[in-house]
Design a protein around this ligand. Sequence first.
Ligand code: SF4
Length: 659
Amino acid sequence: MTELDVLWEPVRIGHVRTRNRIYLPAHQPTFAPAEYGAYLAERARGGVGMIVTHGFHVHENSARAGVSPWEPHWADTVHKFVTPAKALGCPVFVQLTHMGASGTRRTDEMALWGSVLAPSAIPSPVHRAMPKPMEEEDIATVIEGFAATAANVQAGGGDGVEIHGSHGYLLSNFLSPYWNRRDDAWGGDTARRARLAVEIGKAVRKRCGPDFVIGIKLSLDEYMGEAGTHPGETVHVAQILERERLFDYVCLSHTDYHTNHKLVPPASSGETAQLAVNAKQVREALAGRIPLLIQGAVRELNTAAQIVQRGQSDLVGLVRAHIADPEIVNKARGGRSDEIRRCVGANQGCWRRLGTNLSCTVNPAAGRELTVGITVVKPAATPRKLLVIGGGPGGLKFADTAASLGHHVTVWERDTRLGGQVRYAGKLPDYASWNFLVDDLEASLRRRNVDIRLNTEATADAVAAFGADEVVVATGARWQTSGFSTFRTDRDAIPRADGAQVLDPIAALDNIETCGAKVLIVDDNGDYLPVGLARLLAASGREVTVVTSDAMNGRKMEATLDWPWVMPRAAQAGVGLRTSTFVERIETDQVELRNSLSGATERIAADTVVLCMMRESEAGLYHQLKARGLQVRQVGDCVAPREVDDAVLEGFREAHAIA
Ligand code: SF4
């Protein structure tokens, strides 16, 4: 017996029996139907107990142009993406949604430049489109859209539907006292605000019959206190819905677009399973008649097992853990938990690429299952002797992938440990989970008997003498301290950027104790490194200022949802944050700053200046080897400095390209 055994029990949902208590919740990869079917099937093959697809829109006012799930022909599309997972014995429910106030206005001819629809004229804080308060006929059309789309799911072979009533979308707008200001039959007290959910449930049940699963996803908390949906209110809604006997399960999520950063919190947030504590009240409101499902920042199966053992939920959803490792369930059940590839929680590949092409920092096969899925890839016909120069994320991913294909791989790393600049990210406050990437790759390399040689400097002669069939150069990039800024076109560089008190961020991280009492960090980059370094320095008692020529500090962190978590912590730690500011010149113990909006200049004291401005590729060895006529490839930042998920994907692709 293990503590995870509680997870392997099946659960009955309507007429469906799940394979176990772990499910794949709805999330938003944008794929063609066949690719999406392969993506879901990979997780089904990996052992997940049940799947809820991403949300499909039920009405032209909410849908993307060219996609009309409410029309009968869409049943064929459903068949394409549900059948592969179902063929593996995994139930699949299809989520149905209307974006409500959180939608964007469509401007194609089909929607006739319409407005978004919502219960009341309250605009989303993100898209800021003022909705049209829905009239009776608008409401009737949307109810019919849910019923017609559900019928298509049924015709296409789906086991059921999940009605989306969370995240600030239409149904949650109606349920929420913040979004619903109506005083007619669709607003006012809780029962009237819940009426739309009830009417949709009735319409779907009437159309699809008793043997079709209908679930509903509710927001447990919009984090507005009494003004919005809160746990006590959700308990009341659950009681109303349970009495109606329309739904086969309730799923809990949370937030609306005011607090979107809580929906997919990055690891830097420190959040884990935020919904679990208050979920128990909702589960009790369901009186054991129908199961409760919860999700929300559950990254590990141990956490899921604790949630089930405490009676907080019947099933637990893991999204990012399944993106990172589709086999997480089978590995755990098979006693191979140490082989699980852990999500680093950085939101680089998944959330940041929402709406474009899903990828994953630790699992670049995610979204590419049709071509590089677990059962698609075959061992190399001719195993090669491969030498990888550089043990950063790109080189390690190349080595791991190539070894998995049967090649004989050796890695040379000049440092005392593997990881490259990812190890530096792991030193920053709230970023320790970046180490999972390197630790898991290193463990995999050792299982595959890859020859890892640390403290090994690669020269062209040594590489040539090694006699590899192919050499892969993954030598990364370095920070430059020339003071050149692409945002400052009227000069080559910041004067005196070559001073002894000027450091790059890696040198500063390696030598925190040598930094002065007053530190200025120049951020042309916008990611977490400058701000994280500033927090470290501030924690050691130093006075730190971060200046950026951008209109906001840490702009890149918006896309990964880190910004709302880490920037307040930096400000509260006393880090000075300045925007629209250039460094005019560096002097011995001060710098001159210019505000690009007002033109005003000022001098501030700084005995250490850290330039987080540009990185440049370390590609010299690659070019030397190429000039010698060796068979050589390059991956990662030595091609061009980019993000970690770019380097990992490149390492993965190049390994598959070995003939
Ligand atoms: S991209 Fe990052 S956060 Fe998203 S699933 Fe992969 S490892 Fe996790």
